[in-house]
Design a protein around this ligand. Sequence first.
Ligand code: IMP
Ligand code: MG
Length: 179
Amino acid sequence: MIEDIEQVLYTEQQIAERVSVLGKRIHTDYLGKKLLLIGTLKGAFLFMADLARAINLPMEIDFISASSYGNGTTSQGLIHIRKDLDHSPKGYHALIVEDIVDSGRTLSYLTENLRSQHVASVEVCTFLDKPSGRAVSFEPKYAGFTIPGGFVVGYGMDYAEKYRNLPFVGLLKRKIYEK
Ligand code: IMP
Ligand code: MG
């Protein structure tokens, strides 16, 4: 796997430090609120596990799976829900935990979808933000790191279902996805 990585962008330790800071901010912002953490499958599974443990508050946890990508590296624009929430989010302060915001389509769809289900509030905490990829305007409330562009893998993120278990975030070599 490692031979397919151009450059390590964030090490395990840098990730842990950043997640801890995000957890503390979220703790302060959600104190006394009925918090529902919603992880987006599959990309956010590791970030979700780390972030949930960095937020020292009572919370409920659910997962949703939406897709806008096939096996490629560019967004196709259409969002569809592969797996919906197990329970109604009505009345909860929903915090969507995402791996990376690129075009913004997935998150603008998911936040609208949750609002229509009468949540008390909905915000997004994304591990990575790639503002250069935006096709629709979308601003996550919390972001771990902002990256310029390129295709990244690891810490939950994949290319064609590979590399999710890398403990760091790396820039994938172009030749891997341009062949
Ligand atoms: P958006 O709807 O274009 O914002 O797409 C967001 C989703 O696309 C993310 O949740 C990821 O699953 C995937 N994605 C976007 N950019 C990357 C990347 O650089 N590496 C891996 N997955 C990505
Ligand atoms: Mg995702």
